[in-house]
Design a protein around this ligand. Structure first.
Ligand code: SF4
Length: 363
């Protein structure tokens, strides 16, 4: 152990996994990486370039900024334009276009929109600005929801009435079901999201393997994790199995994190949710429960309903369903780049289009 070289160990493991992938990839196999962090890991490590041609990796809907529907961004814009409101948001969200403009453009027009790094920052904004309404834009999957739930609970306990959350949170299991039922999404197996499963565990996604014959491996975020996840999927195919397995055992347990789950369940409840490119998914999102109405921006501000508006020429919807690779969008790298993004998949650091562009992957 004393002389063990970690880098050499990882390299050896990666070579071993790669060799096994070549041995097992006897016929075509399409794998969807659900999580945006996987998309970045795959692009950064140029895994598409070193895998056998029988293995096709397609990106999925796990980038929370990317799946936020234009109608929800228009609601953010409506809220942010209200007098006496400070809007608090994570950084990526600010550049995503709604039907007419982005939060960044609205900020240029004078709206008070602040970038925060955690819900603690947003709570602090509310404490420091007691005459203003501070609204946190709740975007993200199960990974980020517990901290938002804690912020609402804290505001309630403190009696901090000028803090609220507009919940646009999404849930992974319903979106996986929607993909499994979409005849145009042709995926054989899934690299399931490590961060989300660290919270929810594997039980809520077992139906994918059992009911839809779509095996999955909950995978970590290093290049070598992804290679091992692929080996585990291919072994399942070779052995005629369809199961949800855990590669990311250093973080994920089958039962997930019960404490985080209890925070989510206490404050939030499943509601139908609009996903960019996928339409409305039944019980696909989280709304704020009764008893917390005073911290629910939806109730507090009586928001109007906005229609979904497609961005002309943007094919993010197909990218998010794994139906096309980003370079197949005619705007990719021409009219749409990270400096001048047309759609959200190019805005977010976890978006497929941005990852493909930054690391120049082949499709
Ligand atoms: Fe949309 Fe740009 Fe991606 Fe094309 S390259 S799908 S326009 S984000």
């Amino acid at each position: 152990v004393k002389n063990y070289n970690i880098e050499q160990g990882i390299k050896t493991a990666a070579e071993r996994y790669l060799q096994e992938i070549y041995e097992l990839a006897t016929t075509p196999y399409t794998v969807m990486e659900v999580c945006g962090t996987h998309t970045v890991a795959i692009a950064k490590n140029a895994l598409r370039d070193i895998l056998p041609s029988q293995i096709r990796l397609v990106s999925g809907p796990g980038c929370p900024v990317c799946v936020t529907d234009s109608s929800d961004i228009d609601r953010f814009l409506y809220l942010a334009a209200q007098p006496n409101v400070i809007t608090a948001t994570f950084g990526d969200m600010i550049r995503v276009p709604g039907s007419k403009k982005s939060l960044q453009m609205l900020r240029g027009e004078g709206a008070d929109i602040r970038i925060v790094y955690s819900t603690l920052d947003a709570l602090e904004l509310a404490r420091k600005n007691p005459t203003k309404e501070v609204v946190f834009l709740g975007v993200g999957f199960e990974t980020t929801v517990p901290t938002v739930a804690v912020s609402i609970e804290s505001a309630k306990n403190e009696g901090l009435k000028n803090y609220s959350v507009l919940s646009m949170h999404k849930l992974v299991p319903p979106v996986l079901r929607a993909l499994a039922e979409d005849p145009e999404t042709k995926v054989d197996g899934f690299l399931d999201p490590g961060h989300v499963c660290a919270i929810i565990g594997t039980k809520p996604i077992e139906f994918m393997a059992k009911d839809y014959n779509k095996p999955g491996v909950v995978t970590g975020f290093e290049g070598v994790d992804v290679l091992e996840g692929l080996v585990m999927l291919l072994r399942q195919r070779a052995q005629g199995r369809s199961e949800i397995e855990i590669q990311y055992q250093r973080m994920v347990k089958p039962e997930g994190n019960p404490v985080a789950q209890s925070f989510i369940d206490k404050v939030f409840e499943p509601v139908d949710a609009a996903f960019r490119g996928l339409g409305t998914i039944e019980q696909g999102g989280l709304g704020i429960r009764k008893g917390y109405e005073d911290w629910d921006a939806e109730k507090k501000f009586d928001l109007p309903v906005f229609e979904t508006v497609e961005i002309p020429g943007c094919r993010c919807g197909q990218v998010l369903k794994g139906q096309i690779a980003p370079p197949q969008c005619p705007l990719f790298g021409r009219k749409c780049t990270p400096l001048a993004p047309v759609g959200p998949c190019m805005v977010s650091s976890e978006g497929s289009c941005a990852a493909y562009y930054r690391y120049a992957q082949r499709s």
